[in-house]
Design a protein around this ligand. Structure first.
Ligand SMILES: NC(=O)c1ccc[n+]([C@@H]2O[C@H](COP(=O)([O-])OP(=O)(O)OC[C@H]3O[C@@H](n4cnc5c(N)ncnc54)[C@H](OP(=O)(O)O)[C@@H]3O)[C@@H](O)[C@H]2O)c1
Length: 256
């Protein structure tokens, strides 16, 4: 039967994988046998993540291809690089996102709101448009969008970001229905508060941290590696019968 979680022979493209949740996903996918394309805006950060992953897994599993998700041209170059290098992409993880505004929704500038929607929703859609056709041709593939529990809840400080993460949940439902008949699964992961640079404004604020942890089952925030296992599940045979969902991993923040 083989290992349910084996990713040998797979090729994964993970955006925003030079650090945080994306790096943990790239690392664990490589550990499970995949080749991974590490990507973020900064070439040196990507190169460092590639070196770290390859040293940890003991083979040349990771390669780097910097790309800014706000540029359609750079995303196309990322997709082209992965296809030229490996001949296929079997798992696409749309992980990178932006949140340039912290405060009440009523005060957000148009450019900030548009940037959030473009980077967190439209760029995911672009990458899917670029890399799904070759998955559909082969009749297999997994697309994973990193959403957030913010997409399920109201917020007085990251409201526009939450709008984008809610849209990601609908994006994966639509694409799951569209691609499911041809063997490609599309899902979202909704992390709760994870200790990364991205969420620093939340977990460094004692009031927000206390609110997030006191109201959760595990009474703590999460680490990037605690998200990676679900991405491996969704990209491997273990997740083959699992389309269109938004899986919450939040230490119990939404159940209490
Ligand atoms: N941390 C949390 O509490 C939390 C909770 C729920 C959901 N999430 C979601 O999880 C995902 C990853 O966040 P994280 O917390 O792991 O963040 P992180 O540790 O700050 O890492 C962000 C990654 O994305 C890259 N990146 C940032 N802007 C980019 C851009 N415009 N184009 C390409 N790459 C870009 C960064 O590298 P460069 O700076 O080199 O570009 C880095 O590799 C995001 O979708 C976020 O919304 C996070």
């Amino acid at each position: 039967m083989g290992n349910l979680f084996d990713m040998t022979g797979q090729v994964a493209v993970v955006t925003g994988s030079s650090r945080g949740i994306g790096k943990a996903i790239a690392h664990r996918m490589a550990e499970h046998g995949a080749q991974v394309v590490v990507s973020s805006r900064k070439a040196d950060a990507c190169a460092a993540a590639v070196a770290e992953i390859n040293a940890a897994v003991g083979r040349e599993a990771a390669v780097s291809c910097p790309a800014n998700i706000s540029s359609k041209e750079e995303l196309q170059a990322l997709a082209d690089f992965a296809m030229a290098r490996f001949g296929k992409v079997t798992a696409l993880v749309c992980n990178a996102a932006s949140n340039p505004y912290f405060g009440p929704m009523a005060g957000i500038a148009d450019e900030q709101f548009v940037k959030i929607l473009m980077n967190n929703v439209v760029s995911n859609h672009w990458l899917i448009q670029m890399l799904a056709p070759q998955m559909l041709e082969r009749g297999a593939g997994a697309i994973i969008v990193i959403s957030s529990i913010g997409g399920l809840k109201a917020s007085t400080v990251i409201g526009a970001y939450n709008v984008s993460k809610a849209a990601d949940l609908q994006l994966v439902r639509n694409y799951a229905a569209e691609f499911g008949p041809r063997g490609v699964t599309v899902n979202a992961i909704c992390p709760g508060l994870i200790q990364t640079d991205f969420a620093r404004a939340l977990w460094e604020n004692p009031e927000i941290l206390a609110q997030a942890t006191s109201g959760s089952a595990l009474k703590r925030i999460g680490q990037p590696d605690e998200i990676a296992g679900l991405a491996v599940f969704l990209a491997s045979r273990a997740g083959a019968f699992t389309p269109g969902q938004g899986f919450v991993i939040d230490g119990g923040a939404t159940i209490v």
